[in-house]
Design a protein around this ligand. Sequence first.
Ligand SMILES: [Zn+2]
Length: 278
Amino acid sequence: MKIGAFTITEVIFGHFRLDGGCMFGSVPKNLWSKSIPGDPENCIHLACRSLLIDVGDRRFLVDVGMGEKWSDKQRQIYGIRNTPKESWGFEPRSVTDIILTHLHFDHAGGITSPTPDGGVELSFPHATIHLQRANWNHANNPTLKDRASYLPENVQPLANAKLALYEGTSEVVPGLLVHRVDGHTKGQQWIEVTDGTNKLFFATDLIPTAHHVPLAYHMGYDVCAETLLVEKQAFLERARTENALLCFQHDADTAAVRVVMNDRGQYAGTDGVRSLDL
Ligand SMILES: [Zn+2]
């Protein structure tokens, strides 16, 4: 799709699954399972949807999927199915810039790749990596709540990468903005692409799937539910009043919706599209 000078293509780096209870926090199963049923192990199936954004002579990639550094046991637990590199639809060397929404493994795992000697190397060695400074600091010294999501092999090698670290909301290039939010994890950033009229909001883990549009439906993984709810409400209100296309990173079936207020006065998604590329 096109927004002003931006050409935006979705990239599905793979699929995985997480426990449905964890994905919906304090929402009881008899409610969330009406929206998306779990599998026999109570897991719901998720995508790793990234954006490839071309503008001028720069090519931005927003998040990089889970990567290949997984044992057979981990692949089984998380149901990890990676898209083969040949099917990504772009040449990794062509990427000039990578925006990481945050360094949790399902967003940044692909930033490093395994080497034959058992080590890891940067997957995109020439790309500048754009990150909130707060998330970089947090990932290097995570707290008890979400340290299982920050794996050293995805974080430490970035010390040798070209990093562009932001202090809050910033305009990366005109019309491409990153917005800091802290409720899911410290220093997460969601992405806005705009030509002044048409807008795409990439919500990352602020609203991971279309099933998480209702305000109370948020993840048990979130480090601070109260902060997240305030941020999510402000985000949804902007998406609604600015008629932004709200794009989901983890929804395996719905790529994006518009946000409306339903007749019960609650935020809801409408006009769902299966792919940004249709
Ligand atoms: Zn996350």
